[in-house]
Design a binder for this molecule. Sequence first.
Ligand code: SF4
Ligand code: SF4
Length: 254
Amino acid sequence: MKEEGVARKIGFSFHDKADLLKEVLEEYGDMFDIVQLELNYLDWEDPAIEAHKFYDLCVEHDLDVYVMEPLKRGVIVNPNDEIKKDFKEFNGEKSIASFAIRFCASLEHVKIVLSGMSNMADMLDNCDTYENFEPLSKEESEFLDKMAQKLADNLAVPCSECGYCVDACPEMIPIPEYFNLYNTSKNQPESNIYRLYFNKLCDEKVPADECTYCGTCLDYCTQKIDIPEELEKVVEHFQEGSAHTVKKPSFLIL
Ligand code: SF4
Ligand code: SF4
């Protein structure tokens, strides 16, 4: 396609372990120009995700990197109040999203950062970040390392909401939606609203307790989460005082 002038650059997106990326690049690295990776400062040193290793492998093979999930599907920009306060005290003029985008865009081989924008304010903030782009300083990098650690400590389930598990689940449980509610609820324990959202989600879609523990989703999870085990915790978390009645697996009823 490049020879025919149809494509200028060819690449692929990757969601697996660094060992497999290494194998792919050793075998086929010469054919490619780009690898699209999930990169953000929360996953950077996470041993379960290996984002830093992915990036280093691309550098080793002189490939460009296009970034997906710089905000980890909103996890980074929706932290608890303590983390929000830390950012405000560090630099109240810049948004949390702008730090996350600059983290990615400061990496030399990163050429594009795909940031999801859901409204005009996000768009203007992103434009401002790039128009006045400055690579992260050492002080800022160290600050983000600390925030990543704090976020990781507070995150109940490190779900990136990619949705691959939902397509794989025979019961069609909206897994990331449950994990998102769980994470948000854990971050704001004083609020009861998430229990209502949980009940609503159970009523409108497939209830979280309909998991049959078949394990199909495990092979699809990009974050290597033990989904059935975590779903059980989600149900337990919201169960107390919930109007939703948790169903028992049928073999137990029999
Ligand atoms: S283990 Fe549960 S969540 Fe995973 S695919 Fe099976 S039913 Fe769905
Ligand atoms: S595959 Fe894993 S990371 Fe992706 S939505 Fe499902 S639980 Fe979350």
